[in-house]
Design a protein. Structure first.
Length: 251
């Protein structure tokens, strides 16, 4: 019997994890800085999300920007992986590239090894760094040998729907690795992505939170261009539920 397609929701808070659980998510990817593509959350945040939600997979990314990391950054991310696992994470989401756009196999292997050092089952996902490789299909073909469980990808395109053909080729190349479509996923695109070979879909299901500031606004950083833009996102239960319905109907 084929397992039902999995739904993963990217969240940034215990509340988001709880909403995802209540509306049909199979797991969550926990991060901070969702507007930056996601950054590593704190140990306290991981612990709170584990208590609130479905299985928590922690994004480990020590900074925004490219995915080419020096030795100090790799050591930091290995420590972040171990911290996430110690805080109760069911999985970690990792990735690194070489300067010429290939998967950085030694770094990915080292981060996966850090995840498994605790001696309990921990799932390891390659994050969307794969979409910035020169050849996502070739990168996916390396994953079974590295012992990774899944890859999150848009097929190297701006959205997963646009990259459906590459997603299909990645699924064929990465035998035994779950290919999870992510990037601009909406309930209306789920059926197409499953038909292409995705075994799971990932979306942030985010909506901008209403501001709660009481005083005057002044810019505090480069991201805050205006009071309207200087805010944060929360998880929209209607989007989570809509994605679950679309997956169940298509699967």
């Amino acid at each position: 019997m084929t397992a039902r397609p999995a739904l993963e929701i990217a969240v940034t808070s215990p509340a988001g994890a709880r909403i995802a659980r209540e509306h049909g998510a199979d797991r969550v990817e926990l991060c901070t800085g969702l507007e930056l593509g996601g950054l590593t959350p704190s140990a306290a945040l991981v612990e709170a999300a584990v208590e609130a939600g479905p299985p928590v997979h922690v994004l480990v990314r020590c900074r925004p920007g490219d995915f080419v990391h020096d030795a100090e950054e790799v050591a930091l991310m290995a420590a972040e992986v171990r911290s996430a696992v110690a805080s109760g994470a069911a999985g970690v989401v990792i990735g690194a590239l070489t300067a010429d756009g290939a998967l950085d196999v030694p770094v990915v292997a080292a981060l996966a090894e850090a995840a498994h050092a605790a001696g309990r089952p921990v799932e390891v996902t390659l994050h969307r760094a794969v979409d910035q490789t020169a050849d996502p299909v070739a990168a996916a073909a390396l994953l079974p040998g590295l012992g990774l469980n899944r890859v999150l990808t848009s097929g190297g395109a701006a959205t997963a729907a646009e990259g459906a053909g590459v997603i299909a080729a990645m699924a064929a190349a990465a035998d035994g690795v779950e290919v999870m479509a992510g990037g601009g996923v909406r309930p209306g695109t789920v059926a197409e992505l499953l038909a292409a070979g995705a075994a799971a879909v990932h979306l942030s299901a985010k909506t901008r939170a209403a501001p709660r500031r009481g005083g005057r606004w002044v810019p505090l950083g480069a991201a805050g261009a205006s009071a309207a833009e200087d805010g944060h996102f929360v998880t929209d239960p209607a989007v989570v539920a809509g994605a679950r319905r679309a997956l169940d109907a298509a699967g």
